[in-house]
Design a binder for this molecule. Structure first.
Ligand code: ADE
Length: 211
């Protein structure tokens, strides 16, 4: 699932230029039985399977380094935000654990996980895409990953406002023109217009960000 993501586009370039490094490992490689089973039925009954302690503890012990931050991706974790992405971008080594079944044994979460993150109020079939989202969002905070550093400091969410509308050439397309102010060359007016659009959009779509 991560191959294409790691080799394409901005994250691909960051990976190639070694601004970030990602090692993808499979917990099944630490299963000791013949069928490499990593899950089992839940104590107390109920639907679904639960990831077992043994392979996950063994995998974690094999990959963790002193001072690394161990994160479990789960829909019941802390909400992922731009602030969180920025904080994680400063860590030297993250271990991102994604669950693949109904859940994982609570003893894993209690003992070898430092932090739990959710990327949103929906349930994915597994945490791997969530881990990719975390990697992508934090990579953008690593100096050199984005071509133009300004695009980060300027962008929405770092300032808790949604973005203003963007236009490029041609100035008129199929009878649709662009806001006059953008052609004025008056940078003060353009900034004012952009801020007003941001506030308007945020008020409409995400009023919670303004509070
Ligand atoms: N695993 C499954 N759903 C998830 C979510 N929303 N966030 C993080 N990890 C998940």
């Amino acid at each position: 699932m991560l191959d294409g993501f790691l080799t394409e586009s901005i994250v691909g370039r960051a990976y190639e230029s070694e601004l970030i490094g990602v090692n993808v490992r499979n917990v099944r490689d630490w299963a000791t039985d013949k069928h490499r089973v990593t899950d089992d039925r839940p104590f107390g009954g109920g639907a679904g399977m639960v990831m077992r302690c043994e392979p996950v503890f063994a995998a974690m012990e094999a990959v963790q380094t002193p001072g690394c931050r161990r994160i479990y991706l789960t829909p019941d974790g802390d909400p992922f935000t731009a602030e969180k992405a920025e904080a994680l971008s400063m860590e030297k080594h993250l271990v991102l654990l994604s669950g693949h079944y109904e859940g994982i044994d609570q003893r894993i979460r209690d003992n070898i996980i430092d932090e739990e993150i959710s990327i949103g109020d929906y349930v994915l079939t597994n945490g791997t895409l969530a881990a990719a989202v975390v990697i992508d969002a934090l990579a953008r905070f690593i100096p050199g990953v984005l071509g133009d550093e300004k695009s980060l400091t300027h962008e929405s969410f770092t300032r808790k406002l949604l973005d203003f509308p963007q236009y490029t050439r041609p100035a008129e397309y199929r009878g649709m023109s662009i806001p006059e102010v953008l052609l004025s060359g008056n940078h003060t007016e353009i900034e004012k217009w952009r801020t007003a659009r941001q506030e308007e959009k945020t008020r409409q779509v995400r009023p919670d960000l303004l509070n």
